[in-house]
Design a protein around this ligand. Structure first.
Ligand SMILES: Nc1ncnc2c1ncn2[C@@H]1O[C@H](COP(=O)(O)OP(=O)(O)O)[C@@H](O)[C@H]1O
Ligand SMILES: [Mg+2]
Length: 211
């Protein structure tokens, strides 16, 4: 089972929105996928509960994450972990158990600065999990501005981390996806958000399949 965490201790950067859309994208491709919500605010857990179907298995876990991963491992090929802001312990465990950590970062200098805490946490976790892959993801960006390009450079240089090619823009479609518990892929076949999530999903699969 491949484990993918979304982490940034800065709240509001889009972790729950992105992870819900990604996990549903995998589920719609008929992949065996499970979503763990380790945030006591339960954003992704409750959002998926809004659905009437059972297309995506979602479990709320606040402790014993390692045991939960072991329990579900035989039944799923991909596990996504949504993480809370501030709680170092469960965030650290999520990172240590992951194959890939994605750090969503909003297009603001303040968000880039506060991402340092998460980058530092990941650097320490890599001592226990040296094969971990880490990428930043520009999130909630203003489309068609050069700001995102400039911030991408700052991020790369400051934290020496890789950056995903896909960027997630600030779009009303993502807000609706939380209201209905549906992915933008289900709601908006012609919206740019649909392409963003498809591209993100493809990029993640390529990274997981690379050495
Ligand atoms: N790409 C986006 N476009 C528009 N609104 C977004 C986007 N990503 C997140 N939001 C909104 O921002 C708020 C915080 O997002 P959320 O996914 O809960 O962040 P986090 O889990 O990192 O705290 C939510 O109200 C959500 O609807
Ligand atoms: Mg959240």
């Amino acid at each position: 089972m491949k484990v993918i965490s979304l982490a940034n201790q800065k709240g509001g950067c889009g972790k729950s929105t992105i992870i819900m859309n990604l996990a549903l994208n995998f589920a719609l491709q008929k992949k065996r996928v499970i979503l763990f919500d380790t945030d006591p605010q339960q954003s992704s857990y409750e959002t998926i509960q809004v659905r009437e179907d059972k297309i995506l298995k979602v479990v709320a876990v606040y402790s014993d994450l390692y045991q939960a991963l072991e329990k579900y491992e035989p039944y799923y090929d991909y596990a996504f972990i949504d993480t809370p802001p501030h709680d170092n312990e469960i965030v650290t465990i999520s990172i240590v158990c992951s194959d890939l950590v994605i750090i969503p970062v909003q297009d603001s200098p303040l968000d880039i600065r506060s991402t340092r805490i998460t980058v530092e946490l990941i650097r320490k976790a890599k001592e226990l999990n040296p094969d971990l892959k880490t990428y930043c993801l520009l999130s909630r960006i203003q489309p068609q501005t050069i700001l995102a390009k400039e911030l991408a450079e700052i991020l790369k240089n400051r934290y020496e981390t890789e950056l995903l090619n896909t960027q997630i823009s600030n779009r009303v479609a993502y807000k609706y996806s939380l209201i209905y518990g549906k992915s933008v892929n289900e709601l908006y076949s012609n919206d740019a958000s649909n392409t963003e999530i498809n591209n993100l999903s493809e990029e993640i699969l390529a990274i997981l399949n690379s050495k």
